[in-house]
Design a protein around this ligand. Sequence first.
Ligand code: UTP
Length: 482
Amino acid sequence: MANARELLGRSRRGENPLEGWAPEVPRGEAFEVGSARWDAVEPRGRSLLGKCGFVLVAGGLGERLGYGDIKIGLPTELATGTVYIRYYIETILAYQAKYAPVGIKLPLCIMTSGDTNARTVALLKANGYFGMDPDQISIVQQGEGVPALADNAASLVLDPENPHRILAKPHGHGDVHALLYSHGVARRWLSDVGMEYAVFFQDTNGLAFHCLPLALGVSDELGLAMNSIATPRKAKQAIGGIVMLVKGEGEERTINVEYNQLDPLLRATGHPDGDVNDPDTGFSAFPGNINQLLFKLEPYVAALDRTRGAMPEFVNPKYADADKTVFKKPTRLECMMQDFPTVLEGADASRVGFTSIPAAVCFSPVKNAVVDGVALQARGTHPGVAATGEADQHCAVRLFLRSVGCTVEEAAPATFGGITAVPGPEVVLKPSFVSCPSEYREKFLNPSSVKISARSSLVVEGSGVTVESLDLDGALVVKCED
Ligand code: UTP
């Protein structure tokens, strides 16, 4: 309550939370698909795929999507109908089979909430945990939320549907760190299972893992305690930017800064033009955060032990009057998982950086209802709907196939329900077949003998498959038992 009153007071007075900090270009590296640098760094990360624990944050309400069930039960694409949680688990099991020491099971932790827990557990059980051993999976559940606050004095509000309860609202995905601490998950992964890294990812991103070995390579090369996967960001583009903030003598923190704070911060600290594109790259020096995070477990667990994983909170009330005394609706304190750099200390605070990869191969979430997606697409913004989530997965695989020399045609864009996307060719390469970009070369032995027409659909599954030549104009499913 004390924190709420303090933060509400600061919000009312319009205080800048970044006062005293100056922005600088963060540590990290940007990569192009098929580039020599990607090819050089990814092998370094490939062997580390067998040393990762995975954290899926899946407690969100999904209000914008407006889907009646849990998001991880949605299909990633319709060529195979694989649902998100199956896709994630199959990927982790493929890493385990290919890269983990014999007998080691890669752990998965799913953060649920009161809204998603029962249905998540039911989905896993009904599908035999999608092939994982149940003891590989830990489920940690967010609390019922934090009290809703009616005014600047942080008065509590009664639940209109049950006047014997205090109205609660979600506290945000920042809870994940406290849960990994209190359930002992992160420490177990480090001490008992021998994992070196923890990978945090979201509920509906079908491109989440293409970049993982590359990001692991960057973390290893730069010795990073925390590495944010990012995408090239145009100056002033409405996504948070990864920024290195410095203060006084040597205080440093590389962290996500919301786009509406970044431009004023730059202007206030000696950059009169604010956030501008670098003429060499055509992009802002501050890459866009997609909230997929890679932590080195040792410093992560040390920081958890010190802080119990509590993230700094913030408050974002919508005011109904100019004096900022009346709220349009009750607000609450929130926290975000990407704020972890605020609790890193000493040398670890400087070991934070980014890996920037084109969004086409790392980020296409399914967050929005079609009607909102149509409006976003009309404004030139990625719509983040189911149709684009699907189309972007096929597109990413086509890009990787072309990058190794295969000939893959491109279908003409088509519009369904107001959303325009390139529908094909549909290519689903299951993780048992290829699970990272550098494996494509090992599986497509003569890329110049591979041709896939625009109207084709291809599904390949099985670790023993290699493609010597292929001229596909139609549908082909190759399924091979291990
Ligand atoms: P989103 O931005 O997609 O938010 O969360 P959301 O709450 O799921 O959807 P809206 O805003 O209601 O439309 C990013 C990720 O963080 C998880 C989500 O499940 C998603 O993977 N999340 C979000 C949590 O796990 N807990 C939370 O309290 C909030």
